[in-house]
Write a protein that binds this ligand. Structure first.
Ligand code: F0G
Length: 449
């Protein structure tokens, strides 16, 4: 029997001045800080009027339902999301992603065991779908006809898909030549108007922020607090997969810093609601060439953002001026996590190691393993601890990177050429042979030796 739960009453609150009587926009009209969604009714009644034990059972029961919203790994947790009328929900059955053991990567990082929550197994191949289903649905409910985002490729692919499914038009601004072809092809395929601007991601954000002021277009970048609410559900799902026993560490790649903020918000809420009694440490890993959060913490103690001119082959996180840095900083402090940066060669090695487990991910996701190796060396993560890496994008998101890696020319002509020689044992260049049985048999024999 379906349980009827109470409506969740949500409110927008500014993360800076704490003001709550705010218009439904993306920044506070008083201090210009970002907004977050809060649920004042939870303190007295619990989400949906239910306690933690009843919610855990309800969410699990929905996994055997054929209802579209129940089949979504986001909407099955709808009691912890803002209220929406069911017919406005746009879902492509996002979420419900696997948690994989990575035994070889564990060994390489010096850990006894290691797990990956693979958000690349979402419908458009990245974690963005979990936030997009919520924000796109609210765009439709609010009556918008157009949605838009600036993107390094995954947000745009996801937004284009959800807009198409929901009968909305979409506008994509991406940095010209700096995103992978597969991501670009997705937004074309799903019917978005796709503009390659001759600037970087941060430049695209600047242009779009002005466009949405002038036109009735709904902004679907991660400053949109509804995206963060959807992205929260990955943490609920992960804890469900771990029988509600929190891991010691969750390690997340850092770009615009919404994902770490969302996972942290989820855990804060889980503790508040009595789902868990302690919090995992949430650590954020950035590429050395796109490290504004690392610099902000190391150089200013987190007082002031240090923007950088970003450059990394992990194009998804090629971001120098992250919007959600204050939210992410709060999460790192609250959970006693840390930040770390990793080199291009370290990213490439970690990506190959995750690939060799038969799992694979895109380069930006691999910073998590590269970062963990450093955290283990520093003693921040202990070999016997339980660590979960959040893999944010699918291996097919950047096949170009993978091919170049295995052919051995990823770093040709770059300052990393010398250092990249250590990658040789991981490279599996494709072999060209005569179409002869003997040649293939000979090859197999030599491979067995
Ligand atoms: N990993 C992948 C695969 C991403 O696409 C992104 C961000 C991140 C990690 C970083 O997440 O921004 O929440 O810290 N991609 C955005 C985009 C910016 O436009 O697709 P974050």
């Amino acid at each position: 029997m379906a349980i009827q739960t109470e409506k969740s009453v949500s409110q927008l609150r500014c993360i800076g001045c704490g003001e709550t009587a705010l218009a439904d926009r993306f920044r506070c009209e008083h201090c210009r800080d970002l907004l977050e969604i809060i649920y004042p009714g939870w303190e007295e009644r619990g989400p949906g009027g239910l306690d933690a034990a009843s919610l855990k059972q309800l969410w699990l029961d929905r996994r055997s339902s054929f209802d579209a919203a129940d089949q979504s790994g986001v909407w099955r947790f709808r009691e912890i999301l803002p209220e929406i009328s069911q017919e406005q929900v746009i879902t492509i059955r996002e979420g419900n992603t696997p948690l994989y053991a990575l035994p070889h990567c564990a060994k390489s990082a010096g850990m006894k065991q290691l797990f990956a929550k693979h958000q690349g197994m979402n419908p458009t191949g990245s974690f963005k779908d979990t936030g997009m289903t919520v924000a796109a649905s609210f765009a439709r409910q609010a009556g918008y006809r157009w949605v838009a985002c600036a993107s390094t490729g995954n947000t745009s692919a996801s937004m284009a898909a959800y807009a198409a499914r929901g009968g909305l038009h979409s506008l994509v601004l991406i940095p010209d030549g700096k995103i992978s072809w597969s991501k670009l092809s997705q937004s074309l395929d799903y019917g978005a108007i796709t503009c390659q601007l001759k600037t970087d991601f941060d430049g695209c954000v600047r242009v779009l922020n002005e466009v949405v002021e002038r036109m009735p277009v709904y902004l679907l970048n991660s400053v949109n607090p509804y995206r963060v609410e959807g992205q929260k559900t990955v943490a609920f799902e992960l804890l469900e997969q771990l029988a509600w026993e929190p891991p010691d560490h969750i390690i997340v790649p850092g770009g615009n810093l919404a994902n770490s903020s969302a996972i942290g918000k989820a855990l804060r809420e889980m503790k508040q609601l009595g789902f868990v009694s302690r919090l995992p440490k949430i650590s954020v890993i950035q590429a050395e060439g796109a490290n504004p959060l690392v610099r902000t913490i190391r150089e200013t103690g987190g007082e002031k953002l240090v923007p950088v001119q970003a450059d990394t082959m992990a194009t998804a996180i090629r971001i120098g001026n992250p919007a959600s840095w204050k939210k992410a900083l709060r999460v790192i402090r609250e959970t006693e996590g840390t930040v770390e940066q990793v080199s291009e060669v370290e990213i490439a090695m970690a990506k190959a190691e995750i690939g060799a487990e038969g799992i694979g991910c895109e380069p930006a996701s691999a910073v998590t393993l590269a970062g963990l190796k450093k955290l283990v060396k520093q003693g921040f993560a202990k070999p016997g601890e339980m660590v979960v890496l959040v893999l944010t994008g699918h291996a097919l998101k950047d096949a170009d990177f993978t091919l170049k890696f295995h052919r051995g020319d990823l770093f040709t002509g770059t300052p990393h050429e010398q250092e990249s020689k250590i990658l040789k044992p991981l490279q599996r260049s494709p072999l060209v042979l005569e179409p002869s049985v003997d040649a293939v048999v000979e090859l197999l024999r030599s491979a067995e030796k």
